[in-house]
Design a protein around this ligand. Sequence first.
Ligand code: NI
Length: 140
Amino acid sequence: MRPKVTISKKFEFSASHRYWRDDWTEEKNNAAFGLCVSPYGHGHNYDLHVTVSGHIHPQTGMIINLSKLKEIVNEIVDQFDHKYLNLDTPWFKEVIPTTENIAVVLFDLIDEKLKPLSDIFLKHIRLYERSDLYADVWKD
Ligand code: NI
């Protein structure tokens, strides 16, 4: 059996967000979310690391054509880039756009797009909100 290999590619986007629950008091929001409750939001430069798994094609030496991967992921990332995630995207109306939640949404969107490609699968993503804070998402 051929070994399984992963290949990872980094993508970048900038977006702003706010942490707030309408069903909580201001005090409770402040206690849970601190500075992130600021009413006009604040921004981050996110780094998204996408790792796909599969077999190396003997002719190309690659798991996936990188331009294909870039095309698929950029189409998704473009929907986050320079957006106020709470209002400008459909995913965070009810869900707080924490690093964890953004990463889960990104994982599901990328996974859905990669599914038709039968010979590879999305192994893992890592979303950095800053260099010292990131979320990992994968499915076993
Ligand atoms: Ni933030």
